[in-house]
Design a protein around this ligand. Structure first.
Ligand SMILES: Cc1cc2nc3c(=O)[nH]c(=O)nc-3n(C[C@H](O)[C@H](O)[C@H](O)COP(=O)(O)OP(=O)(O)OC[C@H]3O[C@@H](n4cnc5c(N)ncnc54)[C@H](O)[C@@H]3O)c2cc1C
Length: 398
């Protein structure tokens, strides 16, 4: 069996790419080893964070400067999210009612001022609020906060909905979707086509395709390795928590410029707390982290996460913790997403790394456009795998 393009992974990125490619007239085959949205796309915090994330700021000035480039993409992502419900013609539980990135110390306030200035330089309308302004906007937050960055377009969305909506819309447009089907082998043939070995619960068979998109989240390096290629993405297991419901009072996404924190209230009234606190991988018999098993919660990290959250939102102490869970994401060697064709392997595309809930929809659109046009869209130049070409300088594909 042949197809126009084989997409490996039914998370947000793969499903959104399938939709855009199908809309462009291609006939993608998307294979997903489990079920749609079963990976990080369905386990994440649902934050739409368009301010520069703390992880870009904590590694010194040079990393912060490089990370600031993400703002150009974040601006596109704002427009993308604002148009998603109309594009897919269905409600998607998206709230873009603003986000506060708070500071508790003078040093954090200084970092916040640097960040907001950089964002403003790059055309993002973040405002630097002093303590009285924060209290005026969000009186339920700690009176000890010294300030916050406020971005009116930030917010959150329900991570359980979007990938599935893209998948349904894509299949309605002619994309083929096979769940419970894993890629277990991938080679390049002499004519430049890729041959993928697929395994479902009944059979093992092969497909040939001139193009392959690895939209496989933290499994992407494993798939690239089947071709002898290196993609510098590293798996990161994280912790999330949800409380019982309470009256709606928190319209904002809350983040912290100096500590790991994200917090929001869902439409149903639950508070979701996270922000990048690591969990611990289970290890396989081979001594390596088992990427297929859920990671284990680290109790000290969970407690620390909740303590940071309670310091910012004191009323959180009155809530009941319903559930905590783990999910695995991946970051790239320079923390920016890796999106586009791998030069050493014509026709092989990757899209992973970083905050792909926020950025997945826009990057999937830009990548699909690049695939159709046969040249990278200008907006993804900064994120092309090309910056890691040295890692594949010795690759032998056929
Ligand atoms: C706890 C947590 C909180 C997060 N919070 C946020 C947030 O608030 N905001 C934000 O922007 N981002 C957040 N992220 C990151 C975000 O969730 C991910 O970047 C994004 O969901 C990645 O989407 P994806 O489609 O690339 O990967 P995934 O959703 O992981 O999908 C990859 C899919 O590929 C499939 N697959 C893998 N190997 C194969 C194979 N061999 N054959 C077939 N299928 C295969 C997997 O089964 C999986 O379904 C968070 C991540 C985690 C884990």
């Amino acid at each position: 069996m042949d197809c126009d393009i084989l997409i490996v992974g039914g998370g947000l990125v793969g499903c959104a790419a399938a939709w855009h490619l199908a809309c462009a007239g291609l006939s993608p085959l998307l294979v997903e080893s489990g079920h749609v949205n079963g990976g990080a796309s369905g386990q994440n915090a649902g934050s739409l964070h368009f301010q520069i994330e703390r992880r870009f700021l904590e590694q010194g000035a040079q990393a912060a400067e490089q990370g600031a480039q993400i703002v150009l993409l974040n601006k596109l992502a704002i427009a993308e999210w604002a148009g998603l419900e109309a594009m897919l013609d269905r409600p998607l539980d998206i709230e873009m009612t603003g986000g506060l990135m708070v500071a508790e110390t003078e040093a954090e306030l200084e970092l916040l001022a640097f960040k907001v200035a950089r964002e403003n330089d790059l055309g993002l309308g973040t405002k630097l609020l002093d303590a009285p302004a924060v209290r005026g906007l969000a009186p339920y937050l700690s009176s000890g906060l010294l300030g916050a960055g406020f971005l009116a377009e930030e917010g959150h969305a329900n991570p359980r909905i979007l990938a599935d909506a893209f998948a349904r819309s894509a299949t309605a447009r002619g994309a083929h979707l096979r769940t419970g089907t894993a890629v277990v082998g991938l080679t390049m043939e002499r004519d430049g086509f890729y041959r993928a070995t697929l395994q479902d619960c009944e059979r093992r068979y092969e497909v040939r395709s001139p193009r392959v998109l690895l939209a496989s989240g933290h499994w992407t390096p494993q798939l690239a390795a089947m071709l002898g290629l290196n993609v510098p993405l590293y798996p990161v297991p994280l912790t999330m928590s949800v409380t019982d419901r309470t009256q709606p009072f928190l319209p904002y996404l809350i983040q912290h410029v100096g500590k790991r924190l994200s917090m929001k209230q869902t439409e149903d009234g639950n508070l979701i707390v996270g922000g990048g606190w690591p969990s611990r991988f289970e290890f396989g018999a081979d001594g390596k982290p088992d990427l297929d098993r859920p990671a284990r919660i680290v109790p000290d990290n969970l407690r620390a996460n909740l303590a940071v959250a309670q310091a910012v939102l004191p009323s959180l102490r009155q809530r009941v913790l319903l559930r905590s869970w783990t999910g695995t994401t991946c970051i790239s060697a320079d923390q920016l997403p890796i999106v586009g064709m791998i030069d050493a392997a014509p026709g092989l595309f990757v899209a992973a790394g970083g905050s792909m809930f926020t950025l997945g929809p826009v990057l999937a659109r830009l990548l699909a456009q690049s695939i159709v046009d046969n040249r990278p869209a200008a907006e993804i130049e900064l994120f092309l795998p090309r910056r890691f070409n040295h890692l594949n300088a010795f690759a032998v594909l056929t």
